[in-house]
Design a protein around this ligand. Structure first.
Ligand code: NFS
Ligand code: SF4
Length: 655
């Protein structure tokens, strides 16, 4: 009986390749899927956010008998503090990523990072202009120094003039709103440190004030992400459409297989280059060559820019090792399960950590440094080649499943596609399609996987549901991973799943781009890693400015059906603050306070126009997202029609 139950419970995925590995393994090697079962039942105090461990008198839990913490903190204070510390955790992680890029650019300019260079000078100029710098007659190096100085300032300044990366990227209406509500962050690092101070024992106990500080931190998070994205594009190129493959079938048993896992392109780009240069060394040990493949967001980064195949997403990260054909899994920071090492113990796979602040006990550590980046990358590939020699041939069993992927859609690439239809005003192609009723809006699919729901199931259901409802979808992070792995990120998926309006829209774009694109457009447009949610948001600003309205009126929603990390909490929070209806498919630890929950869902709406929607059922999720979009598209169309009828210059804004 209990064995029977375990069999059902620990196969919590709809990815057929992951399922194949889990079934073959049958619980012999422990993975997250097993540990989730062992972890049940999980604590409801923590789950609803009403457990406080902020001081050493705790943990204090809100119960019927004890309605306040020992210090007198109400449940709403405890929930609000926990929530904004989660936003802060996410912002800290993105800041870590952004700061690493900033540091590398500064080392590059000082002549200490010889392996990095400006791959995309055009992007450098665009970024400089976006943040208000003049570019005329400036040398590349001087311009880069100015962009760097601005980034350092946005990261560190203590004074309260607005951040360059907010001013340059969001609407005037949003800037004014944030000034009115006093939530402009002074800088990324100041916001992080303020939030820690404000949530210390005995400081702020006002839940609304706390939540607003959380929103301020989320804006700092947005800026940090945007800086990370922009500097990555400058150093490694702005993504352009590229065709590749995804899922376990990308593992080639005859090659040295190197899985790149984590987040930062500073490392993964170097490894992809080294792998391309070291084929001869791999051939010398009997392999056909070296194959890199990605997991999580660093996988998204190298898929977008280099066409490197996507191996899998967050939740199934331990399973590729169990194919017996992964020679090295190279990791940097974030979303790396410590569990990968124990799985690798059972095989020949080398787990290689690379960052001084992100180690796994017992793993190989190759310290990655900016001054010797290429050399370190070669050292890592060399370790993978050595490991290849120790493979256990009878343990190799690789699922065949892989799907075609068309990725690489930066905003620039999207606008190029639209420009084939309307070269003078590309974004109008999208807003016209919404005005005419061909499309019902745009949704940003983002976020992780979470064992609280069936792996990939919620993501797939939401994608198919929105496609049938004629919604244009852009995706990032592990949700983009789901689309890629499960055959939803290619043109064939448009035929299979899109509604008539959406199909018509694709037909128009594909025809106009027939000479410019090698592949037809995919059902879901891959915009990159989670820091690239910043570029996905830029599309919102473009649409708002085209219509002459602010973002809370734009039919553009976000959905994270399987959210997991603190970074997802931070991203969701800025989506709301920046005016988007934001669906989350795993209710966060907030429901222990009706007041804080109400702030997230209703007060946020009243003040900022964006709001959270918690819905765990994936079919119902499609309905609630469509309700949110339909409300906006309907109002927008009515006002657009009125504008045309009365021939007014601007759309009325009183709604
Ligand atoms: Ni985003 Fe990317 Fe994935 Fe979630 Fe983790 S890898 S940064 S946090 S789990 S989407
Ligand atoms: Fe308890 Fe207050 Fe300390 Fe939190 S801060 S652990 S509620 S005494």
């Amino acid at each position: 009986m209990s064995k029977e139950k375990k069999k059902v419970d620990n196969k919590r995925t709809v990815d057929p390749a992951a399922l194949e590995v889990l079934e073959r393994n049958d619980g012999q090697i422990e993975t997250a899927y097993d540990r989730y079962v062992q972890m049940q039942p999980q604590c409801n105090f923590g789950r609803t956010g009403i457990c406080c461990r902020i001081c050493l008198q705790g943990p204090c839990r809100i119960t019927r008998k004890a309605s306040k913490g020992i210090c007198g903190a109400h449940g709403y204070t405890i929930v609000a503090r926990n929530l904004i510390r989660a936003i802060n955790g996410g912002c800290g992680a993105h800041a870590d990523h952004g700061r690493h890029l900033i540091y590398t650019v500064s080392e590059m300019l000082a002549g200490n990072a010889p392996d990095y260079s400006v791959e995309d000078p055009e992007k450098l100029r665009r970024v400089a202009q976006m943040i208000g710098l003049s570019v005329e007659g400036k040398e590349e190096r001087d311009l880069l120094q100015e962009v760097l100085d601005a980034a350092v300032s946005d990261f560190t300044k203590l004074t309260d003039e607005p951040l360059r990366w907010l001013e340059g990227t969001i609407t005037e209406g949003r800037m004014k709103k944030f000034a009115d509500c006093n939530i402009h962050p002074r800088s990324v690092q100041t916001a992080i440190s303020e939030t820690m101070g404000q949530t210390h024992m005995g400081v702020d106990s006002d839940p609304v004030n706390l939540v607003f500080q959380g929103l301020k931190t989320s804006l700092a998070d947005f800026a940090a992400e945007h800086i990370a994205t922009d500097l990555s594009d400058i150093l490694f190129g702005t993504p352009k459409p590229v065709t590749s493959e995804a899922n376990f079938g990308v593992i080639d048993p005859e090659m040295v297989n190197v899985a790149l896992h984590g987040h930062n392109p500073l490392l993964s780009e170097m490894i992809v280059r080294a792998a391309r240069e070291m084929t001869a060394e791999a051939e010398a040990v009997g392999a056909k060559g070296i194959k890199c493949m990605g997991i999580c967001c660093t996988g998204n980064e190298v898929l977008m820019r280099q066409g490197v195949p996507m191996l899998t997403n967050f939740l199934s990260q331990e399973l590729p090792i169990m194919t017996g054909a992964i020679d090295a899994m190279v990791v940097d920071v974030q979303c790396i399960m410590p569990g990968i090492r124990a799985v690798a113990e059972c095989f020949h796979t080398r787990i290689i950590t690379t960052m001084s602040h992100s180690k796994i006990a017992g793993a190989h550590h190759v310290e990655f440094t900016e001054d010797r980046a290429a050399e370190k990358a070669r050292e890592i590939i060399h370790l993978a080649i050595e490991a290849y020699k120790e493979r256990l041939p009878d343990r190799i069993d690789v699922p065949k499943l892989k799907n075609k992927v068309t990725a690489g859609f930066s905003v620039e690439a999207m606008l190029d596609v639209f420009a084939a239809v309307n070269p003078d005003n590309p974004i109008k192609v999208l807003t016209d399609a919404i005005d005419s009723g061909q499309l019902n809006g745009v949704v940003l699919l983002c976020g992780c996987n979470n064992l609280r729901v069936l792996h990939d199931h919620s993501c797939v259901t939401v994608i198919k549901g929105l496609a049938a409802n004629n919604v244009l979808m852009v995706a990032t992070g592990c949700m983009a991973g789901t689309a890629a792995k499960l055959n939803l990120m290619n043109a064939e998926a448009v035929e299979e799943h899109a509604g008539e309006g959406l199909k018509e829209f694709y037909r128009m774009l594909n025809e106009a781009n027939a000479d410019r694109l090698t592949d037809k457009l995919p059902l879901v447009f891959h915009m990159g890693s989670c820091v690239d949610n910043s570029r996905a948001y830029d599309l919102n600003t473009l649409m708002a400015n085209q219509w002459g309205i602010d973002t809370p009126k734009v039919p553009y929603a976000a959905s994270a059906p399987e959210a997991m990390s603190e970074k997802a909490v931070a991203i969701g929070s800025w989506c709301v603050t920046l005016g988007m209806p934001t669906h989350v498919g795993v209710t966060p630890e907030i429901t222990g306070s009706a007041l804080v929950d109400g702030v997230a869902r209703q007060i946020a709406h009243d003040v900022y126009g964006g709001y959270f929607i918690w819905e765990e059922d994936p079919d119902k999720s499609v309905e609630v997202i469509m309700d949110a979009l339909n409300e906006r598209t309907w109002k927008l169309r009515v006002h657009r029609q009125a504008q045309e009828k009365y021939e007014t210059e601007k759309i009325s804004a009183g709604w």
